[in-house]
Design a protein around this ligand. Structure first.
Ligand code: FES
Length: 374
């Protein structure tokens, strides 16, 4: 605010030394700020005064009381988290009490901290205005030198260093809320172990056409050279376990991990497949009569890569157009995927059905696994 009086020419009679809220002409340092606070500047004492000691003491007590309430709320939140076990919470009638307890105590804790801070700011901290100019960067040596003194002075003025009751209760109030996120990590469940790497494919496991119970023989593909079948592992009832309620005795998670593309590769005039250079001797042994099996789950972000271009033997993912070369160990030839589709080793059993002879060459699924390899 300025206290201007205009004369006949609309010129101010008196130009104040300094207008509150505008930058000073000189560099702003602690020494200058100190001078401003000592009421030697253009402000009235009432504008720059510290709170009366009595008011500060009352403010300290009240703020500390709120911090204690916040502390109790935080402890209540942690206790409420353990009051009901996971099975009890699954019951909606009990779950609602758990939610009410957690929500109520957390609200109390946050409200207590907020209320305490407000009381602190209103009754303990001094109130005055300080104008600070936009400084040139980098700061001058003088300004740098004054920073830590300025910081400590501010801490002192705020009451943080001078008022141990308020400081300690504030720290105590924050403590349970600081611990809470660590405890809540429990809700993320047990570590996955090797669950993400292991699928139901195993030595001798037959395969069925996806969505049916029809087991697959090499002839099914031989009759359709260049053909492609989407397949899942065949589970026997004794392997259903807790997945007994799923149509194939295989959970949706396991289906998503284990679904494969069976592809019959075209042969040349000598009846050989023109495999690419990534198809090592070992990988060729994982094929059967030109039939090769790859994970159907795109290694980019996990869409089903279910489009097959027969003439170029390219597998395409419709989501972001990643393209894999089926003749060359499913190497990425285009798109954002970084990793080939994992290959499943296959063969035939004594009854002539196609079977896996082990699990995938690598963990199927998105590029998450690239991080493990780096
Ligand atoms: S999920 Fe396949 S390209 Fe993105």
């Amino acid at each position: 605010m300025t206290d201007k009086t205009n004369n006949d020419n609309n010129e101010p009679d008196e130009i104040p030394d300094r207008v509150v809220g505008t930058p000073t002409a000189e560099e702003h340092t602690v020494a200058e700020a100190e001078a401003e606070r000592s009421h030697e500047g253009p402000y009235k004492a009432s504008e720059t005064h510290h709170r009366p000691e009595e008011q500060q003491r009352r403010g300290e007590k009240l703020a500390s009381l709120w911090f204690v309430i916040a502390f109790l709320g935080g402890i209540g939140f942690l206790v409420s988290y353990f009051v009901f076990g996971p099975e009890e919470i699954a019951d909606p009638r009990i779950g609602q009490y758990s939610n009410a307890l957690l929500g109520g105590t957390l609200t109390l804790s946050l409200f207590g901290i907020g209320a305490g801070m407000t009381v602190w700011a209103r009754n303990v901290m001094p109130h005055y205005e300080v104008a600070s100019p936009y400084d040139e960067l980098p700061s001058s040596e003088k300004e740098k030198g004054s920073f830590s003194a300025f910081f400590m002075q501010s801490a002192d003025e705020s009451g943080f260093t001078r008022r141990p009751l308020m400081r300690r209760t504030l720290i105590a109030a924050m403590l349970p809320l600081g611990i809470a996120p660590i405890i809540l990590l429990r809700d993320t469940g047990p570590l996955p172990g090797d669950k993400l790497k292991v699928t139901p494919w195993a030595d001798g496991r037959r395969m069925v056409v996806e969505g049916t119970h029809r087991e697959i023989r090499p002839e099914d593909l031989a009759q359709d050279p260049y053909g492609m079948i989407s397949a899942l592992p065949l589970m026997h009832e004794e392997d259903y376990g807790e997945n007994v309620h799923y149509p194939h005795g295989i959970s949706l998670n396991d289906q998503a991990k284990s679904v494969i593309l069976l592809i019959k590769m075209p042969t040349n005039e000598e009846g050989q497949v023109d495999w690419g250079e990534e198809m090592t001797e070992e990988r060729r042994n994982w094929t059967h009569e030109g039939i090769i099996a790859y994970s159907k789950i795109c290694t980019h972000v996990g869409c089903p890569a279910a489009l097959y271009e027969r003439t170029t033997h390219r597998i395409l993912c419709p989501c972001h157009q990643s393209t894999f070369d089926a003749a060359n160990a499913a190497e990425v030839v285009f798109g954002p995927a970084h990793r080939p589709l994992p290959q499943l080793p296959i063969g035939v059993d004594s009854e002539g059905y196609l079977v896996s002879t082990g699990d995938f060459s690598e963990a199927p699924g998105p590029t998450f696994w690239d991080y493990a390899k780096d």
